[in-house]
Design a protein around this ligand. Structure first.
Ligand SMILES: [Zn+2]
Length: 431
């Protein structure tokens, strides 16, 4: 059996490169699905077909809130989960004597990506319809192209390239496409609850660097009530919009205070690691009436290691103090992200192997870097002891206008992921 020639990185890269046109076509198809929150089902059916075409066993399942709502990492929601499905393509290796590694060194792997995309903003600001993908100057444009349908294509094509060479991974590989990454992470949590575990997880989010840390973040909606009055006797009313603006000002002070604290994982690279974003606001009833109501939605970042309870309490205390000063009744709702920060140690086996594979596949050193957002990698690392990170194709304007992904970077990341399958799981002949 010594006669089996297992493919070198060079051969694997050749196989990936041959599939680049297919990668672009499949990415166009995926981007053409408008898979904003609540609308993810059709793209998941498409992914299911792609997984089946790779002879993967497929598990498509609806998230069951009852099963996950008590788990660490869960984020509460006020929307329905009906029809919200994850899709998992499962590769279980056949027993073999002929793998590229001894059994004890074959490690299992999860590739995870989210199919949900954020709203497009104003479509009129886009050069073309956000869900009519097109290629220009080596980049593919469209909502979700970078964040993160290209990353999903990268692991699909990486897996396919290995098969095209006549091999399969010699350990379990799970290709997961999940929903709800952009608001809760409950999709990935549901996969873990269902028993899908492995020795490592890689999420090709749109960062061409190996991610070493990410901030935590909470979402909350603050509802402020005023006292309506005609503007001719304005002083008798309490203006809910002015009140909300005052609360926001106090929250900005809290943000500034949090940013005076340094965290070793972020401070070298970022001047202002913790961002409070006022993402939505609504209020008022009539231009010449003192408004009764104003609500705003806040996203607040915080460092890994800070307990969620402490974060929420500090925000509540800030709002409460400011609201009392202005005599404003208010409520706070905590739906959506209640996400802890996480660090991914660069010295772990998976992180080191990924860096080594990157260097071998692309000829340059990988950069290890923190990011100022959250990703689903936190679930694997924090609650299931599965080493995890992100590494994906270089993208521009994610969550912005004219989002795009570099097709060269897509190919490069696919090369790395395909070589990583070989290095981490080992390979065995397909038949
Ligand atoms: Zn993303």
């Amino acid at each position: 059996m010594n006669s089996i020639q297992f493919p070198t990185h060079e051969k694997i890269i050749e196989a990936v490169d041959k599939l680049q046109n297919e990668a672009i076509e499949k990415l166009k198809q995926m981007v053409s699905f408008d898979s904003v929150l609540g609308n993810e089902r059709d793209v998941q059916l498409y992914v299911e077909e792609v997984f089946k075409s790779l002879d993967l066993k497929v598990d498509r399942f609806e998230i069951d809130l009852e099963k996950i709502k008590h788990l660490p990492g869960f984020s509460p929601v006020n929307w329905s989960y009906k029809g919200k499905e994850n899709v998992i393509g499962i590769h279980e290796p056949a027993p073999t004597q002929h793998a590229s590694k001894p059994e004890s060194e074959r490690k299992s792997l999860i590739f995870n990506g989210h199919v949900d995309v954020v709203p497009t903003g104003r479509d009129a600001l886009w050069t073309q319809n956000p869900f009519s993908p097109y290629v220009k100057d080596g980049r593919l444009y469209g909502r979700g192209s970078g964040d993160m349908k290209a990353g999903i294509i990268a692991f699909i094509i990486a897996y396919k390239a290995i098969k095209e060479l006549g091999f399969t991974p010699a350990a379990k590989v799970l290709l997961q496409t999940v929903v709800e990454e952009e608001c809760t992470g409950n999709g990935t949590l549901a996969c873990l609850e269902r028993g899908y575990r492995a020795d490592a997880a890689i999420i090709p989010e749109p960062f061409p660097e190996i991610i070493t840390a990410q901030v935590g973040l909470v979402w909350c909606k603050v509802n402020v009530r005023g006292k309506p009055a005609h503007t001719l006797e304005m002083s008798k009313g309490i203006n809910a919009i002015d009140g909300a603006m005052y609360l926001v000002g106090e929250l900005r002070k809290l943000e500034a205070e949090w940013n005076t604290v340094k965290h070793e994982a972020f401070s070298d690279k970022f001047d202002h690691p913790l961002n409070f974003n006022l993402g939505m606001i609504s209020g008022g009833e009539w231009t010449s009436s003192v408004p009764c109501e104003c609500s705003f939605d806040l996203r607040a970042g915080f460092y890994p290691g800070t307990p969620l309870e402490k974060v929420r309490k500090t925000i509540i205390d800030t709002i409460d103090r400011a609201a009392k000063e202005k005599n404003l009744p208010y409520t706070i709702e905590w739906n959506g992200f209640q996400a802890e920060g996480v660090t991914h140690s660069a010295s772990g086996d998976m992180m080191k192997q990924l860096g080594a594979t990157y260097k071998s596949a692309l000829g340059t050193d990988a950069i290890y870097s923190p990011v100022l957002c959250t990703t689903d990698s936190r679930f694997f690392e924090l609650y299931y002891n599965i080493p995890a990170t992100c590494l994906g194709p270089e993208s521009k304007a994610i969550h912005g206008i004219d989002e795009s992904v570099s097709l060269e970077s897509l190919r490069d990341i696919t090369r790395v992921l395909a070589c990583f399958i070989s290095d981490w799981c080992g390979l065995q002949p397909l038949h």
